[in-house]
Design a protein around this ligand. Structure first.
Ligand code: AKB
Length: 332
């Protein structure tokens, strides 16, 4: 049985990934980790404090738990990275380098989460190809491009079995995103249900690639479980699910909550969003290791609202929305 370490397990992706991995590999075989003690009520045990910028901290945990696989999710996202560029470089680059060095020594199987942030203003915005211009305008994007090249280098030079995905904005109801440009697509659901109004930090026509968490989990497990012969790209694969604009998301939410209103007050994150593609071509991932998404905008919105609705409202809606329950799940 595999022994798996998840770095950044308290983040948006990590929280759901740990649950999914424990479901498949057993609770005690998946070690959640982060740089600080988790909240007392967090169901994260077994959990270890790991500072990814400290190679000794990574080596110790790998030896202590006889780890053979690392899902390396620890990182600072795009918006926060612009506020703390030095820290973003340190955590995202030195953290990855320490994991790859450990992988070289201990023959680890590694997953690295890259991002659509590797692309920039000169990248084609529509059907962005797998191999194209990568000229990111954020420190986060620069660390992801560099990270992808490091992964490819360690795979080619040292035979490290590292696999990676360029993830789009991830939408989930279990834990909030932290410090990203695509965070509006999660915040909006909470605001719609709690106050009925939302102030969106990007313009209405801003269209970005997005993915629902169950699809993201399926993508991460799918690439890691694929036969080695199928993994032909060792930098990072484009993966896509849906693309929609902020105003299309609002309109879809309004089909469930007609009184919901959204106003727009773009801030510094608008420029980041404008530098990213709108629609990604992920045909290589589909052809090489069988990637397929399941959720479109309508099913994401139905599922998110169902999951986040206060339980009193859920009870009264149970009967009329019973047909929607078929798409309501955290992990499939
Ligand atoms: C962010 O907005 O920074 C992330 C990403 C697209 O990588 N969600």
């Amino acid at each position: 049985m595999h022994k798996i370490l998840v770095t950044g397990s308290e983040g948006q992706l990590g929280s759901d990934l740990v649950v999914a991995l424990r479901h498949v590999y057993g609770v005690n075989n998946v070690i959640a980790s982060g740089w600080r003690t988790p909240p007392q009520n967090a169901k994260t045990s077994p959990y270890a404090i790991v500072d990814v910028t400290d190679s000794a901290s990574i080596t110790a945990i790998i030896q202590d738990y006889q780890i053979d696989t690392v899902y390396h999710l620890a990182g600072i996202l795009s918006a926060k990275g612009e506020q703390h560029p030095d820290r973003c470089w340190d955590v995202n680059i030195n953290g990855l380098r320490n994991v790859l060095e450990a992988a070289k020594i201990f023959k680890l199987h590694v997953f690295f989460s890259s991002s659509i942030a590797v692309f920039g203003p000169h990248t084609p915005k529509l059907d962005t190809p797998q191999i194209t211009v990568e000229d990111p305008s954020t420190m986060y994007g620069i660390t992801k491009v560099t990270g992808e090249l490091l992964c490819q280098y360690y795979a080619q030079r040292f035979g490290v079995d590292v696999r990676s995905l360029r993830l789009p904005g991830i939408i989930s109801h279990t834990s909030p995103p932290g410090g990203g440009t695509t965070d509006f697509a999660v915040e909006i659901f909470h605001a719609a249900l709690q106050t009925g109004t939302y102030t969106c930090f990007v313009r209405p026509e801003t269209r970005l690639p997005m993915m629902y968490m169950p699809d993201a989990i399926r993508a991460m497990l799918g690439i890691m479980q694929a036969d080695t012969s199928k993994i032909k790209i060792r930098s990072s694969y484009n993966v896509a699910a849906v693309s929609f604009s902020a105003e299309e998301l609002v309109a879809e939410i309004q089909t469930h909550l007609p009184h919901f209103t959204c106003r727009y007050a773009p801030d510094f994150r608008q420029a980041i969003a404008d530098s990213w593609p709108a629609v990604i071509d992920d045909s290589k991932a589909r052809a090489d290791w069988g990637w397929q998404h399941q959720y479109d905008l309508a099913t994401i919105v139905t599922d998110m609202l169902q999951a986040l609705k206060p339980s009193s409202v859920k009870d009264s809606c149970h009967h009329e929305e019973n047909s929607n329950l078929s798409v309501s799940s955290t992990i499939r």
